[in-house]
Design a protein around this ligand. Structure first.
Ligand SMILES: [Zn+2]
Length: 252
């Protein structure tokens, strides 16, 4: 018999409803919101942890990888006995501990052009936590044609970045050009664990702002965190008129 107390939805959002500008009817939508997290590493796990704790009702976890021992330094949902398990299963186990009523769907898939529509069909908002350029390009094109917001994030060394893409706004290609061949090479450059978490926390913050309709979104704006100096900056990104993804002159 499980005698652990169950936290009610009301308790979970008690501190939210007191925030300036937050309407109760928007808070109620959190329970009906589905967020897909593509890449369940340090960034995705930090985002998932806060979204579930705050009362988001459904999370789709997408990642083909298994837990490796070195992941435990920055992937905060994982514990040593989980080494060898699929990351989506290990993360789901911990998220259910945080909130037994949350719905978690685990997909052991590598996102690509062929499966992206099916994998993300039920998601209202998408978070990128992958470490490869190819799936990011797939997600960028998906954001343009689906009309759903996608919040991209990356962390390497002491630096973290988050950038939101939504239809009609500048896209990831406007910002970086093609990233198809880019890989986050944390193995070579190293990365500070909390910097990874910062990126995921900002993603979770953007999801909550989006659902609650408060604050200024990071859609079209690049958030950069320099952990070495402790400084933050935000840069408004212009649309590129010659962008092959989002420019009306270059339809997909
Ligand atoms: Zn673009």
């Amino acid at each position: 018999m499980d005698c652990s107390p169950v936290i009610s939805d009301k308790e979970r959002v008690r501190r939210l409803v007191s925030l300036p500008g937050v309407k109760p009817e928007r808070v109620a939508r959190l329970r009906d919101t589905t967020v897909a997290i593509v890449g369940v590493g340090g960034i995705g796990q930090a985002a998932a942890q806060h979204l579930v704790a705050q009362g988001v009702g459904r999370i789709i976890l997408i990642d083909p990888d298994r837990v490796e021992a070195h992941n435990l330094s920055r992937q905060i949902l994982l514990t040593p006995p989980m080494v060898g398990q699929f990351k989506v299963d290990a993360a789901a186990e911990r998220l259910w501990e945080l909130s037994p009523t949350v719905q978690i769907e685990q997909r052991r898939d590598q996102l690509d052009e062929a499966n992206v529509d099916a994998l993300l069909q039920e998601a209202a908002i998408v978070l990128d936590g992958v470490d490869l350029g190819q799936p990011r390009e797939v997600l960028n094109r998906y954001a343009m044609r689906s009309g759903k917001p996608v919040f991209f994030a990356g962390a390497t060394g002491y630096e973290a970045q988050v950038f939101g893409v939504h239809g009609g706004q500048p896209c990831l290609t406007c910002l970086f050009g093609s990233v198809a061949d880019v890989e986050d090479d944390c193995a070579a450059t190293g990365v500070l664990g909390p910097v990874v978490g910062m990126a995921g926390l900002v993603q979770a913050q953007e999801v909550l702002k989006w659902v609650l309709q408060v604050g200024q979104s990071l859609v079209g704006r690049l958030w950069q965190w320099d952990g070495f100096s402790g400084s933050t900056r935000i840069i408004a990104i212009p649309s590129r008129t010659d962008c092959p993804v989002c420019s009306p002159a270059h339809p997909q």
